[in-house]
Design a protein around this ligand. Structure first.
Ligand code: NDP
Ligand code: 8X3
Length: 257
């Protein structure tokens, strides 16, 4: 029987690439996000290309009622779920703590921390009986705070803490928990952070090759297909020009260009 994977935030970036790699390998999917048109287009594309079943669920992870209704729908369609990828998230703004926008703080905390918890809480009853695998997408910002990153980093530190907590709590159910911590990747992440300013977003990645969404998708797929007794707990992945969330160099700065 085909396995089922739920990917939150599949309308763009990592989530879309993760959904695609699992579909290409024959998994049924539940894809989520707030942009219905993108969910429908991805469903069509993946079903046509790979002959798998794709359930699109359009909801905001910040809204508990919407999360509950969506996962009740998932239960009706698939019954159980094998893999959950908690990927939906964002950074909003980049400023010092005294100048930060409180609405941005709410959006990040509500999405990256509370949204991840709401989804996980509803999915677990569909996973506990036969075990499964949860991926939480953290960041290099889960490991080291960078200048002006304050609240975003705090939400990703929280994701790191929740990885550790889930791994302990879910041991009796044979549920693997893997924290994936990417460094800089050129998705829509910076466009969202800078409120649609595409030039500013592009400048973040100028002068070096950042990660591609597919690099993270392939890593998630690798972790998900290890033998049942093996769990990768935590992985930090950066492009070659990045050491951590505070140190990245341009190609021009390399001595052996
Ligand atoms: P994108 O902006 O390309 O994708 C973000 C996804 O999250 C979209 O599908 C978006 O869907 C979804 N999303 C955001 N808010 C909500 C919400 N309230 N409810 C439901 N879905 C939501 O960025 P990335 O792919 O880069 O980001 C994915 C994850 O990776 C995030 O958690 C981010 O913090 C993390 N990350 C990103 C890095 C990077 O450099 N790109 C590096 C490290 C971590 P929609 O708008 O349709 O709702
Ligand atoms: C996203 C990468 O470096 O902007 O988590 O924090 S970074």
């Amino acid at each position: 029987m085909r396995k089922t994977v739920m990917v939150t935030g599949a309308t763009s970036g990592f989530g879309k690439a993760i959904a695609s790699v699992f579909a290409r390998n024959g998994y049924n999917l539940c894809i989520t996000g707030r942009r219905e048109d993108r969910l429908q287009a991805l469903k069509q594309d993946l079903e046509d290309s790979y002959k798998v079943s794709v359930l699109p669920l359009c909801f905001d992870v910040r809204n508990r009622n919407e999360v509950e209704h969506a996962i009740a729908e998932l239960k009706k369609v698939y019954g159980t779920i094998d893999i959950l990828v908690n990927n939906a998230g964002l950074a909003a703004g980049l400023s010092t703590i005294d100048e930060g926008d409180v609405d941005d703080w709410d959006a990040m905390i509500d999405t990256n921390v509370k949204g991840l918890l709401y989804v996980t809480r509803q999915v677990l009853p569909l996973m506990k009986e036969k075990g499964g695998h949860i991926f939480n997408i953290g960041s290099t910002a889960s490991k080291l705070v960078y200048k002006n990153g304050n609240v975003y980093c705090a939400t990703k530190f929280a994701v790191d803490a929740l990885n550790q907590a889930m791994r302990i709590d879910l041991l009796p159910y044979g549920i693997k928990v893997t924290g994936i911590h990417p460094g800089m990747a050129e998705t829509e992440f910076s466009i969202v952070r800078f409120k649609g300013d595409e030039q500013r977003a592009a400048s973040v990645y100028r002068g070096f090759e950042p990660l591609h969404a597919e690099d993270i998708a392939n890593t998630v797929f690798y972790c998900a297909t290890l033998p049942p007794h093996v769990c990768i707990n935590d992985l930090t992945i950066t492009c070659t020009n990045q050491a951590n969330s505070a140190y990245t160099i341009k190609d021009a700065e390399r001595v052996n260009k």
